[in-house]
Design a protein around this ligand. Structure first.
Ligand code: ADP
Ligand code: F6P
Length: 502
């Protein structure tokens, strides 16, 4: 018999992966991506079901519960992975929604597959949702699920949250299937975004394409159904990052990292998925020009660029990797010396403790996306700086810039401005940095991931029924989860490896 839940979260990815721990167990997957990072904390402690793709190809594996969380895997075939995930989601919608910084690809066959996979997610969700349940659909991969689900199960309360930006109407209008896509999302009762501008864009489009009556917080469709919209900026597990950064082993590791880097005066750090939206090339140009102009020296200033592999079978990602690795090689070749690299480039995933140590090591955290829904890395850096030191250089095109106003805000397209800002951050007085960091940390304390989920779920259902299932913000349950770094499931029941064969 199918077990049903009163809260169902639907996301492309499940938080599980066959990570092959030394003891043969499989760990919670903390995939390098904002969505699973964000939802992990909340769901680990909430009675709910997570519907998602288990990362492999072919039939979905049977997966056990994880704590109070039930897992409902959805299968994808090789053709579906190409058409739905790599194609329509990540070669059409992803670039289109990120200001078309890479040209979006419009391929008619992908649309068919995207629809079919969204139907499958909706059907799986309909099976596991109990009568009157709340369903929270996540992100651009599943834009059509709210509408399909409403048709299957009109009794459900349906929320949709978009983790990425929603583009201005003039860009969205390029999408051949714009009407279906908009209708799909607006199948929800509540559509949440990272920034208020996104809700404004959708309101304009609903009026234009669907003849809806819209304001920035409510859309009344032609059939009279009402959809609420709003901004709910996502956040991180602040308690977890703080407790990690405080660990003596992490503090020691941070000191060690600094020694390994040759005790430079300034360490500049960036941590990104290797994605063309992250502005990695722009910051390499800025750094290289600062070296060329003699405004900084390799011995004094070292760059650490963590760029974790991402979507590696998509052409634009492969091409980006080649360009970046070529440029890193050129800069190191031109400005490095034996034992003194200009850039330490790390194309690998790290565990949370190592990330915390890296954050503690940095004098300047450089976050320069050309467009980003939020950017959780910026928030993680702030949460990790228990010592109150360190500077954050942050692109004004990241959602996080709305909240972290005490960062050194920058337009990454303006390379001269970026160079000047990097120097300002490197040379800032410790008292100035402390004041900025203090203000940003204060903001994060009141706006962690649990506060985000609470705000969204309360807006979805103001009886408090859903929000009351969540752990308390920064409270004992949250700290307990932080201490418990992983949940073990038996290896024999673990899922197929995440990355399909190239
Ligand atoms: P996006 O959602 O576009 O990937 P975010 O900055 O919002 O960008 O989220 C990235 C998440 O991935 C963060 O939680 C970050 O800690 C994690 N991450 C980034 N790089 C790595 C890495 N090399 N290893 C493990 N996790 C990583
Ligand atoms: O934040 C946007 C997003 O697509 C998330 O949905 C996901 O967590 C992250 O980027 C990583 O992407 P992917 O799931 O394609 O590895």
């Amino acid at each position: 018999m199918v077990r049903q839940s009163s809260l169902v979260v639907v996301a492309n990815r499940l938080p599980l992966d066959d990570n092959a721990a030394p003891d043969g167990a499989c760990e919670w997957r903390r995939s390098p991506g904002g969505l699973t990072s964000a939802l992990h904390t909340i769901l680990e402690q909430t009675p709910a079901t997570w519907v998602g793709w288990a990362g492999g190809l072919g039939p979905a594996p049977a997966l056990p519960d994880i704590g109070s969380l039930r897992i409902r895997p959805v299968a994808l075939s090789e053709t579906e992975l190409r058409g739905y995930y790599e194609g329509f989601a990540n070669s059409t919608l992803w670039p289109l929604y990120h200001d078309a910084v890479e040209p979006p690809v419009f391929d008619r066959d992908w649309w068919e597959t995207y629809q079919a996979v969204n139907v499958r997610f909706a059907q799986a969700t309909a099976e596991v949702a109990e009568a009157g349940a709340a369903v929270w659909v996540q992100d651009y991969h599943l834009s059509l699920v709210p509408r399909y689900l409403r048709a299957l199960r009109p009794d459900l309360l349906i929320g949709f949250f978009l983790h990425v930006p929603f583009p201005p109407p003039e860009l969205f209008m390029q999408l051949p299937r714009r009407i279906e896509l908009l209708r799909g999302m607006l199948g929800a009762d509540l559509v949440g975004f990272q920034r208020p501008q996104a809700a404004h864009n959708v309101a304009q489009l609903a009026a234009k394409l669907l003849a809806a009556q819209s304001t920035d917080d409510q859309i009344t469709l032609a059939d009279g159904r009402q959809v609420r919209t709003g901004a709910f900026p996502v956040s991180i597990d602040v308690a977890e990052m703080q407790s990690l950064a405080r660990r003596p082993s992490v503090v020691t590791r941070a000191r060690q990292l600094r020694r390994d880097l040759g005790e430079p005066r300034r360490v500049l750090l960036s941590v990104d998925r290797l994605d063309y939206t992250k502005g990695i090339e722009h910051r390499l140009t800025a750094y290289s020009e600062l070296l060329r102009d003699g405004r900084i020296k390799v011995r004094d200033t070292v760059v650490v660029q963590v760029a974790v592999p991402s979507r590696e079978r998509v052409d634009s990602y492969r091409a980006l990797r080649d360009r970046i690795e070529g440029e890193v090689g050129r800069i190191n070749g031109e400005y490095g010396r034996v034992g003194e690299a200009a850039i330490h480039y790390l194309n690998q995933p790290f565990d949370r403790a190592e990330l915390a140590a890296l954050y503690r090591t940095a004098d300047v955290m450089v976050v320069t996306p050309l467009r980003d829904g939020m950017n959780l890395v910026a928030k993680e850096f702030v949460a990790a700086r228990e010592d109150g030191a360190g500077a954050l250089v942050l692109s004004e095109f990241a959602g996080a810039a709305d909240e972290l106003q005490d960062a050194f805000l920058v337009n990454p397209h303006d390379v001269d401005g970026l160079k000047d800002t990097l120097l300002r951050a490197m040379r800032a007085e410790p008292a100035d940095l402390r004041a900025r960091m203090g203000a940003m940390r204060e903001h994060l304390r009141g706006h962690d991931i649990i506060a985000w989920a609470r705000a969204y779920l309360t807006a979805l259902d103001d009886s408090g029924r859903l929000a009351n299932q969540l752990p308390l913000a920064g409270g004992p349950k949250a700290r307990g989860a932080a201490a418990k770094a992983r949940a073990i499931i038996p290896r024999s029941r673990s899922v197929a490896r995440r990355r399909p064969p190239a």
